[in-house]
Design a binder for this molecule. Structure first.
Ligand code: FES
Length: 196
């Protein structure tokens, strides 16, 4: 889903509003849980902030790059060519669980000094429903990722928050590895990668 949507759930004694960045999720109000899916995406147990439906198996990201596994000899864990991972912003992908129906949005960034690639869940520790990269790439300033919502700053590497409302907390890491000039998912929780 390119643009976030506002979901409102009303019960007798409570109104809950959430901004939704992925194509499925859930909102709780009055002890009830409202689960939604946009665009015919698959279902989800909704127990995981930042989860997204498997959705379309398109073959290009916002930059027109083929990222659906057709590259790198069809390896389902292929994420991106190394040179496409920026040092001054982020790219985002979706890591799919083995059931192939639920995914977790994550972002990647390359350390400008070491050249090492790091990946984290696309979620701000201050408000997990807020993606650090809303689709245009996260803002990087002074070597740190900056949350667009309230300005929290996160180091590359362990993703430590050095300033802001969640200072001292860390981004949730996603395992990746670099081989043969490309980045691959290396995390036992996930079985494949989808664009965005
Ligand atoms: S949501 Fe990221 S700093 Fe508040």
């Amino acid at each position: 889903m390119d643009d976030p949507a506002r979901v409102t759930v009303e019960s007798d004694d409570e109104t809950t509003r959430e901004t939704v960045y992925d194509s499925e999720g859930e909102v709780e109000a009055g002890g009830a849980t409202f689960r939604f899916s946009v665009g015919g995406a698959g279902d989800s147990d909704g127990d995981d902030p930042g989860e997204a439906a498997g959705g379309d198996d398109g073959n290009a990201d916002g930059n027109g790059n083929d990222v659906d596994g057709d590259d790198a000899d069809g390896d389902p864990l292929f994420v991106a060519p190394l040179e496409e991972v920026p040092t001054d912003s982020t790219i985002r992908r979706t890591a799919m669980r083995p059931d192939g129906r639920r995914g977790v949005g994550f972002i990647l960034r390359r350390d400008a000094d070491s050249g090492e690639v790091f990946a984290w869940r696309n979620s701000c520790p201050h408000k997990p429903e807020v993606p650090l990269d809303p689709g245009r790439g996260a803002r990087v300033d002074g070597g740190e990722i900056v949350c667009h919502e309230h300005g929290a700053r996160f180091e590359c590497g362990d993703g430590l928050c050095t300033w802001g409302p969640c200072v001292g907390e860390e981004l949730d890491p996603v395992g990746v590895e670099v081989r043969d000039g490309a980045v691959y998912l290396d995390d036992e929780r996930f079985a494949s990668v989808r664009p965005r």
